[in-house]
Design a protein around this ligand. Structure first.
Ligand code: NAD
Length: 335
């Protein structure tokens, strides 16, 4: 297996970059990393890996990306946090071309296994109206009323995977990620998600001496957050599984409100800030949490890193980046 070619699509981004790092650590010898962005804007890039800049919305680029591939991880998407997906629904939906063309190329090239990164945004809106939400089970995606734009694209792409398996025998694996966070992700510029945005705002408040923070919504909305290492282990376990041929939750069950998330970051930073609530900012659904009965039963998988521990690592990394004046596009080159 270590000699087989693994292709990571979206490798210049947050999760894809970490996945390449992890595959290298495990001793995989042939890795191809693919992303739309020019190499100098990849969050992490590695020597000893075939790094390709390709637009995977184009079928010919997908054919080039997947040539000789055994396993494919599709983590490429035009996406971001609520601030991005609520204002860029058409762009989010254009990502459907990536998964569609990758599946087509995977079939043509006889790829053995194909992983698709779906999202908790596929879950039906009416199951997420209460901040005291009970965890979302896999079946809660139907009857369908996902997040407009981004969620519809994810749900459609999930079904494309299913039908490629049923009709053409391509082995596909689909994980529904619930908010992934950690170092080497975006923390400014408009695509950042809540944990990184809150870390940045707290650090900015400390740096400027202006001890206040803007919170999107009333702060009562709830979510769970999964540290990147847990996401990597879970994704690869799902990919290796012989049985999980349906979309499955991959997330933490540690539900917190956004106010509690701010409490945690403040306590890591050792500061208390004046809170200003922006009720007209994008805030997403009122309550969302993962329900892990299925993945626990099938893989014995549990997140291993608490929100506090994961946030400490994330905060420290963003703090270093901001102190050195780096932006979200700063790149780590590892030989
Ligand atoms: P990211 O934005 O950091 O990475 C995605 C990468 O895809 C980017 O580097 C981008 O340049 C690349 N990309 C976009 N369009 C492309 C194209 N046409 N061709 C080639 N590359 C292209 O996002 P991420 O957080 O690493 O997310 C990875 C996957 O996981 C995505 O599918 C995302 O929807 C999904 N997901 C992420 C989260 C999360 O919390 N991070 C939650 C749910 C689902």
């Amino acid at each position: 297996m270590k000699e087989n070619l693994i292709v990571v699509c979206g490798a210049g981004g947050f999760i894809g970059g970490h996945l390449v790092a992890d595959l290298l650590k495990q001793g995989h010898l042939r890795i191809r990393a693919v992303d739309l962005k020019p190499l100098d804007r990849w969050y992490q890039k590695f020597d000893g890996v075939e790094n390709l800049c390709l637009d995977l919305q184009e079928i010919d680029c997908c054919r080039q990306a997947l040539r000789e591939a055994a396993w494919v991880y599709n983590l490429a998407a035009d996406m971001g946090g609520m601030g991005f997906i609520e204002k860029n629904k058409a762009l989010c939906m254009m990502t459907v071309l990536i998964n569609t063309h990758l599946l087509k190329a995977a079939r043509e090239h006889g790829v053995n296994r194909f992983f698709y990164a779906s999202s908790a945004c596929v879950y039906a809106h009416d199951k997420q109206t209460d901040p005291n939400v009970t965890g979302l089970q896999e079946s809660d995606a139907y009857p369908a009323m996902p997040e407009d734009g981004y969620g519809w694209e994810k749900l459609f792409s999930e079904r494309m995977c299913r039908h490629y398996t049923e009709d053409f025998g391509l082995i596909t694996r689909v994980a529904r990620f619930h908010n992934v966070y950690g170092p080497h992700g975006t923390f400014d510029g408009g695509r950042e998600k809540a944990p990184a945005a809150i870390c940045r705002k707290v650090i900015s408040a400390l740096q400027s001496g202006k001890h206040e923070i803007e919170i999107w919504g009333d702060g009562h909305q709830t979510r769970s957050f999964m540290y990147i290492d847990d996401c990597l282990h879970g994704s690869q376990a799902i990919m290796r599984s012989e049985e999980i041929n349906f979309p499955i939750n991959l997330g933490s069950e540690e539900k917190v409100s956004i106010n509690q998330l701010v409490d945690l970051v403040e306590s890591i930073a050792g500061v208390k800030l004046q809170r200003r609530y922006n009720l007209s900012a994008p805030k997403g659904v009122n309550g969302r949490n993962s329900e892990n009965t299925l993945i626990r039963k099938m893989l014995g998988w549990e997140p291993s890193i608490s929100l506090r521990t994961g946030l400490e690592k994330t905060y420290a990394w963003i703090h270093d980046q901001m102190k050195s004046g780096a932006s979200k596009d700063s790149v780590v080159n590892i030989s």
